[in-house]
Design a protein around this ligand. Structure first.
Ligand SMILES: Cc1cc2nc3c(=O)[nH]c(=O)nc-3n(C[C@H](O)[C@H](O)[C@H](O)COP(=O)(O)O)c2cc1C
Length: 384
């Protein structure tokens, strides 16, 4: 696949993977992208997952057409991108590996060697001329690993963005970009908003026509749209007006309350209401929703003096990703001593800029007039 006259795509699609990074379902598979820049000297941009060694080398050899690569640029050491580095260095003994100091440290941990005699260690702003193409290396620490850098090709105006602007899904499946890019970003990079903001500020100074990420499609048009979404996500801004209700329920009464609230919100004209049953939905999608919408309602049962495990897991996912700038409403249930609201609120005590609604719905086992009135009041408050 051609990205530009000199830049070729040599990535692979993975439809065998069960869980990406050990936890994310990927119904449409995953792409591990890699590129080769053909110039007087040749640079390969990252490798691919260990299960695709032969396919990747075959694609690379086709593009090389008998030539030998001079550089392998390692932007990120996660194994889905670096697994074939040692194979590459063995196959092309004259090649030099280009990476950050932190990446070379990790290389030693992964491969037992850091190529001290065949390496170019780069830092912010360092350049590498391949002939016509000049590459500038831009450090992106903690987006989302410490050794990450991105690479700008000023000749073709291409940003090789490492995991930034990546998404779940193989490239031979057509699907909406934002949905799976958001789930990928919030799940994997969401904690590191400040670092992504710092990178976006640096990228704003570059004339970028094409973005080549390590997952997902090469982005060639309407780049403002993608960069705008990244700006919203990394600044923890509200992307879509609406309310997401996340609930757990054992016997169905909390579920009934969640669904009733959703109905009332819709009737009152709330622009979007999303409801997630945390025991049954894809947890990553529920987490994505919480970061997408401006208002969140958490509804759960009191469980052994605590809260139901799926709700605890959900809130942990939010707080570890720096959940902030949102309004939260609470619904608790307990047959004898409800305390879920207090526990849930306490879990956010170190979170920034959260507003809790005045109304908390308390259900004692089943809905009654008092709790129904509280649901009405909560719906009113959320629609204000
Ligand atoms: C294993 C278990 C532990 C529970 N622990 C408590 C508790 O500590 N305090 C309490 O008030 N209710 C407790 N309950 C009762 C539930 O919170 C209560 O039945 C609630 O109505 C369940 O809501 P649901 O109908 O949405 O499942 C417990 C229920 C179960 C199944």
């Amino acid at each position: 696949m051609t990205v530009t006259n000199d830049i070729k795509y040599i990535g692979v699609n993975d439809h065998e993977i069960d869980l990406f990074e050990g936890q994310y379902i990927v119904p449409n598979g995953m792409a591990y992208n890699s590129y080769v820049i053909m110039d007087e000297e040749i640079a390969v941009m990252d490798t691919v997952d260990q299960n695709f060694t032969d396919e990747w080398f075959a694609k690379l050899e086709t593009e090389l057409a008998g030539r030998t690569p001079d550089y392998i640029v390692v932007q990120h050491m996660e194994p889905d991108h670096s697994a074939n580095l040692a194979n590459f260095m063995e196959k092309y003994p004259t090649a030099t590996v280009v990476a950050t100091a932190a990446a070379f440290n990790m290389m030693k941990n992964f491969f037992g060697k850091d190529y001290a005699d065949r390496r170019m260690m780069v830092k912010e702003g360092d350049t590498l001329s391949l002939g016509k193409h000049e590459l500038t290396f831009v450090m992106a620490p903690m987006v989302h690993w410490p050794e990450v850098m991105v690479t700008y090709d000023s000749t073709d105006k291409v940003l090789f963005s490492a995991d930034g602007f990546g998404k779940f899904g193989a490239l031979d499946v057509e699907e909406d970009w934002a949905c799976e890019a958001r789930r990928y970003y919030i799940g994997i990079v969401g904690k590191f908003g400040a670092q992504v903001q710092a990178l976006l500020k640096k990228a704003a100074g570059l004339d970028i026509q094409i973005i080549c990420p390590l997952h997902g499609p090469v982005l060639t048009e309407n780049l403002g749209y993608y960069i705008g979404l990244y700006d919203t996500w990394s600044s923890y801004g509200v992307e879509t007006d609406g309310v997401v209700i996340a609930y757990t329920s054992v016997y169905g009464h909390t579920k009934e309350a969640a669904e009733l609230l959703a109905k009332k919100l819709t009737e009152k004209g709330c622009p979007k209401v999303a409801v997630n049953d945390l025991a049954r939905c894809d947890m990553a999608e529920a987490v994505e929703d919480a970061f997408r919408y401006g208002k969140l309602v958490l509804a759960t049962t009191t469980y052994n003096g605590d809260i139901f495990p799926f709700m605890r897991e959900f809130i942990n996912h939010l707080t570890e990703r720096n959940f902030q700038n949102r309004t939260i409403g609470l619904i608790e249930n307990g047959a004898w001593a409800p305390m879920a609201a207090k526990v849930m609120k306490g879990m956010f005590e170190n979170s920034k800029n959260l507003t809790f609604t005045d109304t908390t719905v308390q259900i004692k086992a089943a809905l009654n007039d008092a709790s129904l009135a509280q649901i009405d009041a909560l719906a009113d408050e959320l629609c204000k």
